[in-house]
Design a protein around this ligand. Structure first.
Ligand code: BES
Ligand code: ZN
Length: 655
């Protein structure tokens, strides 16, 4: 028995799962890139909608110059069906983009079958299974012949009814954080970059697109009449989470010399109107932090089931159609995904515990682009909304209040889910740290440091320690703070819980005015008819709705709805927040709209608060379960995962 007075209790032995995860250079990858590293991947895949399956080969060029020349190649896989593994010696065939293209080599006769085995991750099934391949001496090409499962977590197969045109089914991938392994055998760590090329075969009525720098039609093989193949090339090294594919009925509209939008034919015009500023956003971004490294910047508008707002796939951001508000009010999301072309895609977080290096930098950069294009006031309003969301999450016992470790910018995710730190912390706290540096040393100085950060780490992966060292050497150690300012305490920001008291305060007088109006209306000192809302943006509305008291009641809801037609709002931010109130206040006239929204839209950021609000009452719980039973089959597995945890899985019978 331990003596109660003992001041140094022996530390509890570490959980073996956590310990094993900590021994890997990236706790979320089973690969061993320090032994054998994949340098280029050539994918030759056929898209089979009838069986919801990708089928074909991944040919990998490997670097075996690690300390053990006979070490096996270890790849991440999750639910892949492996038909065969073969190896060959690479006879160089450099393509016109200066990369060795492997997809066309997939049927090369020189391959010989080799042995392989599977090693599951003990205790962490979400990491999948290591595919361990013994590669004969002297060989540096490995071909994995495989197919995916219909349930592959990185793919969503949609029915025609789930698309805008309702004509054809649709497929898209979402690989961040660790879902690339469910559709490509790869070294699925943000610390491993490869160039890649692909030959994608689809039936003639479909258009495939990928997050690639180049594409062109391929000559079709005679046995594939009725299909066509497209070749894609990514000549810049990227981590696996940035490889992306979508297939459906797609049309393209050019926006500028380097920008275009892709969408369902019935959506593409609206999308082109919404995104008119894309080309100038790109120019502004380059002016801030240096040349754009990826050639083209296109946006693909996905069907509404997409679980995120946007995903920064290089050369082609994937985006939710819920940002098509008609008034360009939600396009800061495009600025965000574009900014990732520097923070994230050019300079990548080394592990998912360093996510703030991707997202915090990007939110800071996004607001600088918004400021350049739409002015300081709009950028400050968005920053003000962001900071309020952060403070609300930090204080909410259902979100972050009880997990101080997840309030740190640098998180220790060993043994945890790769997305365990997904919250406003890496985004908004990260952006506030960069803003602190800007305010302490001046914008001009800080911009120069950021430009240097991107330039000196281009096409590399970075850790939080790299950031601390860099900022120490390039800024804090060599510059004086502006008059009246103090160097920030980086350790408190990075490894501390909560938000430092000195955190910047965005100037959001317009938000405060809106908040006051809400208070006055509630107090009876202001009539809705006297409220001047004509200049309100979606963010003003969002803040107004968030400023209302929790015990509003259905009558006041009806008053608001009659005055402002919120149930009919075509702006997803306003509607999403309104539906949270509808759910919480049990405002029946909007129940049909609520159900329709939850069935059609799969964007997790909207779903979780609405379901959470429903679950606060007994009647709402019944309603949540009934709606979820209908909606769940159409949700992406990422959204399902989150809502299952809240609502529970509907009774068997659902996929
Ligand atoms: N890269 C993220 C999406 C992501 C993060 C996917 C972590 C998987 C794991 C993307 O850039 C993003 O942040 N999207 C936001 C929009 C943005 C404006 C804050 C989203 O989807 O809501
Ligand atoms: Zn992001």
């Amino acid at each position: 028995m331990a003596t109660p007075a003992d001041p140094t209790p022996t530390p509890a032995a570490e959980d073996p799962i956590r310990q094993a995860a900590r021994l890997r250079s990236d706790p979320h990858s089973l690969a061993r890139p320090e032994q054998v590293r994949v340098e280029h991947m050539g994918l030759a895949l056929r898209v089979d909608f009838a069986n919801s399956m990708l089928r074909g080969d991944a040919v990998l060029a490997i670097d075996r110059s690690g300390s053990d020349p006979l070490a096996p190649l270890r790849l991440d896989t999750a639910g892949l069906t492996i038909q065969a593994v073969a190896a060959a010696k690479l006879e160089v065939a450099v393509g016109d983009q200066g990369v060795v293209e492997l997809a066309p080599l997939s049927t090369h006769p020189a391959f010989i079958d080799v042995e392989f085995r599977f090693e599951p991750a003990a205790g962490q099934p979400e990491l999948g299974t290591a595919l361990v391949i013994e590669v004969p001496e002297g060989m540096d090409l490995v071909r994995v012949s495989y197919s995916t499962l219909p349930s592959a977590s990185g793919l969503q197969w949609l029915t025609p009814e789930q698309t805008a045109g309702k004509a054809l089914p649709f497929l898209y991938s979402q690989s961040q954080a660790i879902h690339a392994r469910s559709w490509i055998p790869c070294q699925d760590s943000p610390g491993v970059r490869t160039t890649w090329d692909a030959a994608i075969t689809v039936e003639d009525r479909f258009t495939p697109v990928m997050a690639a720098a180049f594409s062109e039609p391929l000559a079709i093989l005679p046995e594939e009449v009725g299909s066509h193949a497209v070749r894609f090339v990514m000549p810049k090294p990227v981590p696996a989470y940035l490889i992306a594919l979508a297939v459906g009925q797609l049309e393209r509209r050019e926006l500028g010399s380097r920008t275009a939008v892709w969408a369902d034919p019935s959506v593409v015009e609206a999308a082109a109107r919404e995104f008119v500023d894309m080309e100038s956003m790109l120019a502004s971004a380059e002016q801030l932090y240096g040349p754009y490294a990826w050639g083209r910047y296109d946006v693909l508008v996905l069907p509404p089931a997409f679980p995120f707002g946007g995903m920064e796939n290089p050369c082609m951001t994937f985006a939710t159609p819920t940002i098509l508000a008609g008034d360009r009010s939600l396009v800061s999301l495009i600025a965000h995904e574009l900014a990732h072309s520097w923070s994230g895609n050019l300079v990548t977080n080394r592990t998912w515990g360093d996510l703030w290096l991707n997202e915090g930098f990007t939110v800071y950069f996004e607001r600088r682009i918004v400021e350049a294009i739409y002015g300081r006031e709009r950028a400050e309003i968005e920053a003000g909304i962001g900071k309020r969301e952060l403070l609300a999450e930090l204080g909410d016992p259902e979100i972050l209040a009880n997990t101080p470790e997840l309030q740190h910018l640098r998180t220790d995710l060993a043994g945890l889910d790769a997305d365990a730190n997904f919250s406003t912390v890496p985004y908004e706290k990260g952006a506030l740290l960069l803003r602190t540096l800007e305010e302490t040393y001046g914008r001009e100085r800080f911009d120069a440091v950021l430009r240097e950060w991107f330039e000196s780490h281009a096409f590399g992966s970075v850790s939080t320690d790299d950031f601390i060292n860099f900022i120490g050497l390039e800024l804090i150690g060599v510059s004086e703070p502006l008059a009246g300012k103090q160097a920030p305490n980086l350790a408190e920001w990075i490894d501390g819980a909560g938000l430092p008291a000195s955190a910047p305060e965005p100037s959001s007088a317009p938000l405060e005015a809106v908040g006051q109006a809400a208070t006055q209306w509630i107090a009876g000192s202001l009539a809705l008819a006297d409220l001047s809302t004509k200049d309100w943006s979606a963010w003003h509305w969002l803040h107004f709705l968030r400023s209302l008291p929790p015990e509003l009641g259905s009558e006041r809801m009806a008053e608001l709805d009659q005055a402002f037609h919120l149930t009919e709002s075509g702006n997803s931010e306003i509607l999403g927040q309104w539906l949270v109130l509808v759910a919480r206040q049990r405002y029946e006239p909007a129940f049909a709209r609520l159900e329709q929204f939850l069935i059609e839209v799969g964007r997790r950021k909207y779903l979780t608060p609405i379901y959470r609000a429903l679950l606060t009452s007994d009647a709402g719980k019944v309603q949540a379960k009934a709606i979820y039973a209908k909606a769940r089959p159409g949700y992406h597995s990422i959204s399902r995962g989150s809502i299952d945890e809240m609502v529970g899985t509907p009774p068997a019978g659902d996929p």
